[in-house]
Design a protein around this ligand. Structure first.
Ligand code: UDX
Length: 436
């Protein structure tokens, strides 16, 4: 089947490459000529493990191609996915749908055969109705159906998530839409991935509810971590102890510096706006957003404490290991590292940093931070070493070397990568999250 993917960003490119790998004939479309030129040269616009190889092999096999022309790209496509960005609108947190609607209009004007138009972008409830209206208004004479099919891809693990999903959610009550979507996902059907067919509005809400729930789970365990520190308990054991209950489940219960990234912060805000619009408050999500925001700065203050308090910290040096919001990505969006670095530089602390992939994007966000070639260069002369992101490269640091290079054997581990007893035995003053 021919599939068109409008928008060759993170979601569009990963989904397009994976559909091609299933044997579909996929065209990825993007307005950005530079991006399309680079894709033709095999250069990926984002860092995602395995993506470059997947793109290369499918281009070679003739199943994946790229174009800037929407009309050309959607020709003969049975399924046309909209996978463009829906950033938070400046000022009010609403999802900005202008890209989605512009693409819908262009599809309506160029449609040359019957097709299903699928929104993969994360869009508020009711967006599918508007897309349908735009397509109808375009005066197209071809049969079409507008379907919602949210993505649940984690950065750094996106290809695995696409190929082995926990579930596929498809929002359409129309038979034409259902038949084509079944065909699109048939390879996964055969792998027995569960597919949930539901209404379009329900499908749109499922995406927000899933992300808000996961953000809540993380925020809950983060507050438990704070309580653990006060009462002398261990949050990792609390996570295990509650996670073994099948009703709770063990995942997304790692305490840390707060969630970041391109989805949770944006989608929780957008959900709050929808709730407000429909006068149906979601107070738990409101609290989650507030608690998570304040947590990031609190992590900076935790580092200041390790430096002896705000006054003593002035003029000292902190080394940040990891800047991205999580490992295996170069994404800096809403990364806790930004607030940590800001709190430290505001207090007059000199900050050096190293991140395996994120430094280029991080630099303009933290102009006062000195970016280094490797973790040890960052640690040289540091009064405190802070693990901000749990990259594998920081899991087995040469601790003797760290002690030799650092000005003081002080470590703040915001991801609980190390064992407190081992660190103390190695001669470190060590603090972490939710472990007395
Ligand atoms: C998320 C969702 O998982 C995915 O389904 C959705 O489509 C997009 O948003 P992503 O943002 O890539 O994916 O990252 P994820 O692995 O979910 O982590 C999000 C944030 O939560 C990170 O900052 C991470 O460090 C943090 N986190 C995650 C925790 O602090 N503790 C956890 O237990 C899990």
């Amino acid at each position: 089947m021919k599939i068109a993917m409008v928008g060759s960003g993170y979601v569009g490119l990963v989904s397009g490459a994976c559909f091609a790998d299933f044997g579909h004939d996929v065209v990825c479309i993007d307005k950005d000529q530079g991006k399309i030129d680079r894709l033709h040269d095999g250069v990926m616009p984002i860092y995602e493990p395995g993506l470059a190889a997947l793109v290369e092999s499918n281009v070679k096999a003739g199943r994946l191609s790229f174009t800037t022309s929407l009309a050309e790209g959607i020709k003969d496509a049975r399924a046309i996915f909209i996978a463009v960005g829906t950033p938070s609108r400046r000022g009010d947190g609403h999802a900005d749908l202008s890209f989605v609607y512009a693409v819908a209009k262009e599809i309506g004007e160029s449609l040359a055969n019957p097709a299903v138009i699928v929104t993969k972008s994360t869009v508020p409830v009711g967006t599918g109705d508007e897309v349908e209206r735009i397509l109808s208004d375009s005066g197209t004479s071809h049969q079409f159906s507008v379907v919602s099919n949210p993505e649940f891809l984690r950065e750094g693990a996106a290809i695995g998530d696409f190929k082995r999903p926990d579930r596929i959610v498809i929002g359409t009550e129309d038979e034409f839409g259902q038949d084509i979507m079944r065909e699109v996902y048939r390879p996964l059907f055969l792998n027995e991935s569960p597919i949930l067919f539901t209404s379009r509005r329900t499908s749109e809400l499922i995406k927000y509810a899933a992300n808000a729930f996961l953000a809540t789970k993380i925020t809950f365990i983060n507050e438990m971590a704070d309580l653990c520190e006060k009462v002398g308990a261990n949050v990792q054991d609390v996570s295990r102890g509650i996670g073994m209950d099948n009703r709770i489940g063990p995942k997304f219960l790692h305490a840390g510096p707060g969630y970041g990234g391109s989805c949770f912060p944006k989608d929780t805000l957008a959900l709050l706006k929808t709730a407000e619009d429909y006068d149906s408050p979601t107070r738990i999500v409101e609290a989650v957003v507030k608690v998570n925001d304040s947590r990031k700065r609190a992590m900076g203050r935790k580092v200041l404490e390790a430096l002896g308090g705000v006054d003593a910290a002035r003029g000292k040096k902190a080394a940040l290991l990891g800047l991205t919001f999580k490992p295996n990505t170069d994404d800096m969006r809403d990364s806790p590292a930004i607030a940590v670095a800001q709190t430290l530089t505001d207090a007059g602390v000199h900050v050096s940093a190293y991140d395996p992939e994120g430094m280029e994007l991080a630099k303009p966000m933290m102009p006062d931070v000195v970016m280094c070639e490797d973790p040890y260069e960052a640690i040289e002369g540091a009064d405190v070493t802070v693990i901000v992101t749990e990259w594998d490269a920081f899991r087995a640091l040469d601790l003797d070397r760290v002690k030799q290079l650092a000005n003081s054997p002080e470590m703040v581990d915001l991801r609980n990568v190390y064992n407190p007893e081992d660190m103390r035995a190695a001669g470190f003053a060590y603090s972490s999250v939710g472990r007395a």
